[in-house]
Write a protein that binds this ligand. Structure first.
Ligand SMILES: N[C@@H]1[C@@H](O)[C@H](O)[C@@H](COP(=O)(O)O)O[C@@H]1O
Length: 272
């Protein structure tokens, strides 16, 4: 279905509203004695939400012992000798594991207080050595209560699913297209050039996102996401050349954008 965007003044305002929604859901799950499973991207899109969520956790005195964080992807190295894959060193500045530990788990843990943060065993990352296990784990958790989603700026990748991904794809290893790797230069400014961006990733599949999410919020802000916002607002169903459009086929989809991204998306294009 076509999703009408909810428009915010800027990424900070967006993050505050989305964080309050997540805090309500975390609180509601705790009262019902349920776990709460949050799907998370690395990168810039949800950063303001993670920051604002820490403020909510502190202000409300939330205990996060029932919260499970499901990271959507990670870069991997290919071992040419064995043709096997393994996650990159989690200490590298562009590691999604590093991002998740610092910007989500540690930040929320500091806000919650000692013994009240997300438990170490509740921080999940796909393993390229056994990608199927990630789907099984997510299914065993009962699915994902809320999957926060982001779109690649230049090619519409979602998690690391490239253009042309089958709509029923499960967690899998991908060779990253050049445009995805270029997009990631902006996502992780620690990269000094394209050669430093890894060539492989492990990612939740598009089918995993669609079938296992109870609701999704696609987040896009900033002028460089204008093309993404144009595609995301224009799609009724999954369009394989812009994989992030899968969010339109997910349960209870929402699209949160900022004024700049929407304004640039709506501006007439000029030709030379
Ligand atoms: N591996 C990350 C994804 O997890 C993220 O969703 C995407 C968008 O990042 P940004 O929000 O910075 O544009 O970038 C990378 O591909």
């Amino acid at each position: 279905m076509r999703v009408v965007p909810t428009v915010f003044r800027d990424s900070e305002a967006l993050g505050c509203v989305l964080a309050a929604e997540i805090a309500d859901e975390i609180d509601g799950a705790a009262r019902d004695g349920r776990r709460y499973v949050l799907g998370c991207p690395g990168g810039r899109s949800a950063h303001s939400t993670y920051r604002a969520l820490a403020d909510e956790v502190a202000a409300r005195g939330l205990d996060l012992g029932h919260v499970v964080i499901v990271m959507m992807d990670e870069y991997v190295d290919r071992d040419e000798a064995t043709a096997g894959y393994r996650r990159i060193d989690p200490e590298l500045l562009h590691s999604c594991v590093r991002f998740g530990r610092r910007e989500i788990v540690r930040r929320l843990g500091a806000a919650a207080g000692p013994g009240r943060g997300v438990k170490a065993e509740h921080f999940l990352v796909p393993d390229p050595a056994e990608p199927d296990a990630y789907d099984e784990r997510i299914a065993a958790l009962g699915g994902i209560d809320l999957f926060l989603l982001a779109s690649g700026a230049g090619d519409g990748h979602i998690a690391f699913n490239p253009a042309g991904t089958a709509p029923d794809a499960r967690t899998h290893v991908v060779a990253l297209p050049e445009q995805t790797r270029k997009d990631n230069l902006a996502t992780f400014p620690s990269f000094r050039g394209l050669d430093e961006v890894p060539r492989y990733g492990v990612t939740v599949g598009i089918g995993t996102i669609r079938e296992r999410s109870k609701r999704v919020v696609m987040v896009a802000h900033g002028a460089d996401k204008a093309r993404a916002v144009g595609r995301l607002t224009g799609a009724e169903h999954y369009e394989p050349d812009w994989p992030a459009t899968i969010f339109t086929d997910c349960a209870r989809p929402r699209l949160y954008v900022d004024e700049v991204a929407l304004k640039v998306a709506a501006a007439p294009t000029t030709s030379a």
